[in-house]
Unconditional design. Sequence first.
Length: 548
Amino acid sequence: MELAFPEVPGGERDGVRGIGSLLEVLARNPLTRFSPSARIDPGSGPGQALSPPGRGKPKSRLGLAVAILAGLTLVRVIGLAASVVDLFPDEAQYWAWSRDLAWGYFSKPPLLAWTIAAADHVCGSAEACIRAPAPILYFATSLLVYAIAATLYDDRAAFWASMLTALGTGVVFSARIISTDVPLLLFWALALLAYVKLLQQPKLSWSVVLGLALGLGLLAKYAMIYFLLGAGLAALFEADARKLLTRREPWIALAIGAVVIAPNLLWNLHNGLVTFGHTRAVVNAEQSLGLHPKSALEFLAAQFAVIGPIVFAVLIVCLARLRSKLLAPSDRLMLAFAIPPLALITATALFTKAYANWAATSAVSAIVLAAAVLTRRENWGLLRVSIVLGAIAQFVFLAGDAFATKISLSFLPEGQRDLYRRTLGWRAFAEGAGQLARKIGAATIAGDERNQLGALYYYLRDEPVKILAWPSDASVNFDLTRPLTETAAEPILLVSVCPAPARHLARYAAVEPLGSFTAASGPTSSRTYFAYKLAQPRGPIGPLPACG
């Protein structure tokens, strides 16, 4: 199969001024007419004749891309070492899972925990080591995006696509933390590359790659399922994609993916489908009656930050021209994989809260499409603006993470001045609880809230005291493996944000308030915790009544 490549226009150069001009130009004619049997000669100037496939190629930009991406990755790893940002509760939760490897966990599939366990084995348990897989995996993701764009378009588009990936604002932010989106995007990009290769020339080897990528992507995050919707939409858009479905290769890939994810599905069945139940609970948590178009618009607006302002602008214009005959098959292919996550999460946002990163997988094909459109039209200025914006964001986050404990903006309302208040104070909280535990000789520390438990488990990992979770109706993840029971070693130190000791009397006969302590979360902010010494359980430990 030979994908069609659009003709390079003759008049568009660096003079397009800003996003507004780009939208105006692309709205009239986003892509030029294409020849179904011709490929752009990347070395030819605008307006020159199309060259037949197989003509000499220009010098590859792959080496330059690898060098830039490797340098950026090194800077990011150094930035992690310089960061003073505490491990966020979600990150601490993932680390806790990594100490007890399994085929599944309360709220997520297992791949991220396995990744952290590998990093811990190689590097250690420091915050920088736990987060180190993020920039390294994004390095690989950027190279995969290069390969996708090089396969569909040309080497210029590939180079810029890799740069737009690595310096996209969402990736710049995400490369500082460890989250499920990191391996998800890696395997989404690998799956998309394998799919494109199968379209060009169906081979069993690429079926295996696609199947493994699908399965491993699902083991990273269930959002990988959107890939199948993208393949279905591609078949709706293009005859070649429909033809592929009549061959055995994609179905072999689907079978391989099913085999890879099967152990996680069996784990869920054995544990009452707990992961799927949690996912449903998150979606339903803030659901309310009626439609909320404002929420959907806010989600879409957030994509300018997640995907990148210029990339998302190009995507919007191309979506608006989806039915145009001026779109090439390769462009429709990229749109097909960008649409399902964006459409489904936007629809979800009409009814409940949707987080900006829930459609992160749309970024991969959106970036490839934007790089192709902008290089085709020789809009070098907009490409450079995108890269500069990403570089500025990278510098801001590197500096901010290194000086997080000192950053406070006095012009913001009180309570919002410390920008890092959500990610600081967890070490101080755990150390304060540890000091109290040693003071009273506690054999057990109990927490009644997920954020506290993650911090306690991570920052007191070298302490002999046992960390247990007070059972809750919400069934926080630690309840599954570390519940507080009536057999827990005494005395027990309970740390809580609730100042009401009476609510513990139904479960313990001896409840001694120990006062409160604070943990600074920035120059002007802190959190207050209350401590209790518990003994003499009255029976099985059940959920606590509401505070107050």
